[in-house]
Design a protein around this ligand. Structure first.
Ligand SMILES: Nc1ncnc2c1ncn2[C@@H]1O[C@H](COP(=O)(O)OP(=O)(O)O)[C@@H](O)[C@H]1O
Ligand SMILES: [Mg+2]
Length: 261
């Protein structure tokens, strides 16, 4: 399959697929996730770090530019805000994406039990977009930083709707994009249920082994993942797809959204 443009990747991702983006900080997960998410309708993009930019290319046609800016302007800071935006998107039928930027809890001066309660509320708040996505259907619900939601062992209780979304959302038309730094300490289902994994260079041998397994490496055989190139080329990644196998290392050019091998 020829991969020359980000569209060639997007064309292979269905709106109810799940995709994971794995790589250390600054590898390029958020950028790649953003460029893919832009192409889908009804995206709910949660950024637990509280930062998000769509980085829109400027259109020559001022009307088109204005429409584009409007489409990508929706931001919610709490549940009420998210509900309002989703209702508006439903009413106008636009499919506009909504970015969710949750507030971090203020733990200053709290006693340990108060901290526990505040954190429980925070995790619930992080989980709300996934609850609404399940209610709504046909939604691509995403989180830029899976580590904020839960770890491998507590996700059913700490992020219950994220769990339901991953395990049961597909039949409702719900897809998901998740970013995480390593293939460990996150719910196993995020990988086992994913149709697509985008992998950047991983420092730890254990992490590379896990991804080699996912890529179908056989014992004693070379890895289908070209780790040397991933190591040498900043922001390069491979795409492991259930349907299409393992890609060559790819590099996304941000000016034209072209892919270079
Ligand atoms: N394909 C790319 N080409 C050029 N710069 C990139 C590319 N991908 C990421 N970057 C830059 O690298 C930095 C980190 O990218 P980011 O996607 O935020 O990483 P991560 O989410 O993995 O921490 C950003 O400043 C971003 O602009
Ligand atoms: Mg990021």
């Amino acid at each position: 399959m020829r991969l020359e443009h980000i569209d060639d990747v997007v064309d292979q991702i269905r709106p109810n697929d799940r995709a994971a983006f794995v790589g250390p900080t600054d590898s390029g997960k958020t950028v790649l996730m953003r460029e893919i998410a832009k192409h889908f309708d009804n995206v709910v993009m949660e950024s637990p770090k509280g930062e998000w930019a769509w980085d829109l290319q400027i259109e020559r046609d001022p009307q088109l530019q204005e429409r584009k800016q409007k489409r990508y302007s929706r931001r919610a800071y709490d549940l009420a805000g998210l509900r309002t935006h989703l209702n508006q998107v439903e009413a106008d039928g636009s499919g506009d994406p909504v970015v969710v930027l949750p507030r971090r809890p203020n733990l200053h001066g709290l006693t340990p039990p108060q901290v526990e309660r505040a954190m429980a509320m925070y995790w619930m708040q992080l989980d709300e977009p996934f609850r609404l996505a399940l209610e709504r259907g046909n939604t691509m619900a995403c989180s830029d930083e899976l580590y904020f939601h839960c770890s491998g062992s507590n996700f059913q209780t700490r992020a219950p709707h994220l769990f339901f979304h991953v395990t049961q959302g597909r039949s409702l038309g719900n897809g998901a994009l998740f970013g995480c730094q390593r293939p460990f300490w996150v719910p196993k289902i995020v990988f086992s249920e994913a149709q697509h994994v985008f992998v950047f260079y991983l420092e730890e041998q254990d992490d590379r082994d896990a991804m080699d397994g996912r890529a179908g490496k056989k014992r004693g055989q070379p890895s289908p993942i070209n780790w040397d190139t991933l190591h040498d080329e900043e922001h390069s990644f491979v795409w492991i797809s259930r349907r299409n196998g393992v890609s060559e290392p790819l590099h996304l050019n941000l000016e034209e959204r072209r892919l270079y091998v």
